[in-house]
Structures are given as C-alpha cells and as structure tokens.
Design a protein around this ligand. Structure first.
Ligand code: CTP
Ligand code: MG
Length: 172
C-alpha cells in the first residue's frame, strides 16, 4: 500500500472516526434506552449511550462527509459520510447491547467490541456506496486489514489520551 492509498483510506473512514469520538465531548443527558431494561432485566444499552451523544456523533461525522463533498466536488462523499456516521453510532450501540447481555457493566472494557464494532457496522452501512459503480473509493482486502489494525490501535491510544486529558473517566 503506497502513501496515496493510505491517505485515501484515512479520508474515507474519517467520518466514522469523528462520529465515534464526538459523543465523548458532546454526550450526556437522557440515555438512548431511557433507562429501560431488556428481558434479562439488565439495561438495554446503559447510561453510556445518550441521545445527545448519538445525535452529535451522526451530525459531526456527517459534516466531515459534507466537507469532503465540497473538497472533492463529488456528492457521493456526503451520502458516504452520513452512512459511515450512522453505522458507527449503530455499531457502538450494538457493542453496548452485547456488553450488557454479557453482564459487562457500563464503562467496563470489552476486548475488540469496544474498538472494532463501530468500524464493522459503519462499513456495513456504507457497503451500498462502496459497491456502487461510481464509488469514489474502493475498499480492497488489504485496505480492510489496514483499517482493522489501525482502528484498533488508534482507539486504544486516543482513549488513553482522552483519559489523561480528563475527558474520559477510564483509559479505554
Ligand atoms: N457517549 C454518549 N452517547 C453515545 C456514546 C457515547 O453520550 N451514544 C459518551 C458517554 O459519556 C460515554 C462516553 O461517550 O461514557 C464514552 O463512550 P463509550 O466508551 O462508548 O461508553 P461507555 O461509557 O464505556 O459505555 P459502554 O460500556 O456501554 O461501552
Ligand atoms: Mg467504553
């Protein structure tokens, strides 16, 4: 993979990264599950998933897509950014849903789920654009592998620094 491929890959995934990170800054208030419990009597998502975080994440990530659309003069980036952002937040919710079903408390770490679920669901949501004929970006198997490894380490390191900066209570 050359430098240009890596730059294209980063620009492609940026809306998902921004969508995943912004709830830490803008989240809070009413939880998405409104404190509701699932049939196992545990919380559906828990207090770590809030409406404000959800909306801020989708909005900030989508804005990156809008900026890319202007930068590249291609409307597809707007749709791609929206799909990646919505998918990232849906994946984050799914991760918390699985954590709660497995008895992992809100804020407790879960290896791989915490770092990669948002990426996989973001890619799934963006699949119709990725597969379309006029897709500005094509994800290759190598690209996917690089994304998985990069996302894992970026997630671990940004959470470490977010904790040091006082933005997050825990370093994961
Ligand atoms: N956050 C939010 N709304 C979201 C996602 C995240 O408000 N939809 C905020 C919460 O303040 C949350 C923080 O971002 O505590 C970090 O997110 P994350 O690590 O995903 O949540 P956890 O608190 O660890 O909860 P969980 O165990 O469910 O992952
Ligand atoms: Mg967490």
């Amino acid at each position: 993979m050359n430098d240009l491929d890596l730059l294209a890959l980063l620009l492609f995934i940026l809306p998902a990264y921004v969508a995943n990170a912004s709830p830490v800054l803008f989240g809070g208030g009413a939880p998405v599950d409104l404190k509701g419990k699932f049939c196992d009597r545990k919380r559906v998502f828990g207090d770590g998933k809030t409406w404000r975080g959800l909306i801020a994440g989708i909005a900030c990530g989508s804005l990156v897509g809008v900026a890319e659309t202007f930068f590249f003069s291609n409307n597809v980036f707007m749709l791609q950014g929206f799909l990646l952002s919505t998918g990232a937040l849906a994946g984050d919710l799914l991760g918390s849903f699985i954590k709660r079903r497995s008895g992992i408390k809100r804020g407790q770490p879960s290896f791989l789920l915490d770092q990669l679920m948002f990426l996989f669901i973001a890619l799934l949501f963006a699949a119709p654009v990725l597969a379309s004929e006029n897709a500005p970006f094509k994800l290759t198997p190598t690209g996917l592998l690089v994304l998985v490894v990069l996302t894992y380490f970026l997630h671990v390191s940004t959470n470490y620094f977010a904790n040091k900066a006082g933005l997050k209570k825990v370093p994961w």
